[in-house]
Design a protein around this ligand. Structure first.
Ligand code: NAP
Length: 280
């Protein structure tokens, strides 16, 4: 048994990892949070600027983080050139750089796009709501590129099951790949139409349009502008849509954790659609 600290265990992905860890393993979970919490047990309040105190707390609680570390990622293998248009990635690349120098054992998880965005609200998810490419509720899609590039889709709870399983691996590779399912957006829309029993209205946004930070507005986007202004939303989403059109969001299956843990059967796109959208 090891003690695992989940920094940001109050958030979307973190809370999912916490729940799966508590339900399926012998390992002891602690949550690191900038705020004190009454409802989450074992929460340690953190000031991330105070590194001496962090080290002291982690050592006193005998947290395995002092030997093994997983930086926040849970997405795609960001190319270094992405820094030119997504400077926020600087912290991510810095973290990887520091980990390489640290002597810690570490791994970063790559899982593609979260399947949750296409199954909520019926599908349980702690992610903040988002409408990405396919607006399931309103039966409209705005597909990046020609829609024929495969994309990896993974449900957060399946990702968490692979993460928890990998705690028992003797050795971690620098990259841990998790594949829920692989579909092109054209295939995804065809399955969605089948599940919903009618045709979707489908638009195509070519790469030039995405490079101008523009995407076709879907009906479900409007509700999101309360959290993030339209212009910022379009800019951010167009970048991630480009990562689907150019194949960056297709995670290599060879050597993935799926091969090491064949008993974990992730939710497929079709099963999700049939379960949560047929007769919806
Ligand atoms: N592949 C995909 O489709 C996809 C989609 C969404 C997210 N992701 C990735 O998944 C990861 C987690 O995303 P999420 O949506 O779960 O995140 P989130 O809910 O926004 O945040 C997670 C937690 O991080 C902590 N936090 C936030 N800012 C912080 C800061 N500056 N310093 C220290 N702690 C901070 C907060 O905890 P406290 O307030 O309790 O400290 C927060 O609850 C990210 O790397 C994100 O890029 C991937």
């Amino acid at each position: 048994m090891v003690n695992v600290a989940i920094a940001g265990g109050t958030g979307g992905v973190g809370r999912t990892i916490l729940e799966v860890l508590q339900a399926t393993s012998q390992h002891q979970a602690f949550v690191l949070s900038r705020q004190a919490s009454q409802h989450l047990p074992n929460t340690i309040t953190m000031n991330y600027d105070d590194t001496d105190r962090i080290a002291d707390i982690l050592e006193r609680k005998n947290i395995h983080t002092t030997k093994r570390f997983v930086p926040s990622g849970y997405a795609i293998p960001y190319p270094q050139r992405a820094l030119e248009f997504l400077p926020q990635l600087n912290d991510y690349f810095e973290a990887i750089y520091e980990l390489r120098r640290s002597g810690l054992e570490w791994t970063v998880f790559h899982n593609g796009i979260f399947l949750d965005y296409f199954g909520t609200p019926a599908l349980t998810s702690y992610l903040k709501p988002n409408v990405f490419v396919i607006d399931m509720e309103h039966k409209v899609a705005a597909i990046p590129g020609d829609g024929n590039t495969p994309v990896t889709f993974t449900y957060t709870f399946d990702l968490a099951r692979f993460i928890v399983a990998s705690l028992d691996l003797e050795k971690w590779d620098e990259e841990s790949r998790v594949i829920g399912d692989e579909k092109t957006f054209n295939e995804f829309v065809a399955l969605a139409e089948e599940a919903r029993g009618s045709k979707f209205q489908v638009f195509y946004d070519d790469v030039e349009k995405l490079q101008r930070s523009e995407i076709t507005e879907l009906p479900g986007h409007k509700a999101l502008y309360k959290q993030i202004p339209k212009e910022s939303f379009q800019w951010f989403t167009s970048i991630f849509e480009r990562f689907t059109a150019d194949g960056t969001s297709h995670i290599a299956r060879a050597g993935s954790l799926n091969e090491r843990f064949p008993d974990i059967k992730p939710l497929s796109v079709k099963n999700m659609l049939d379960r949560y959208w047929k007769n919806a």
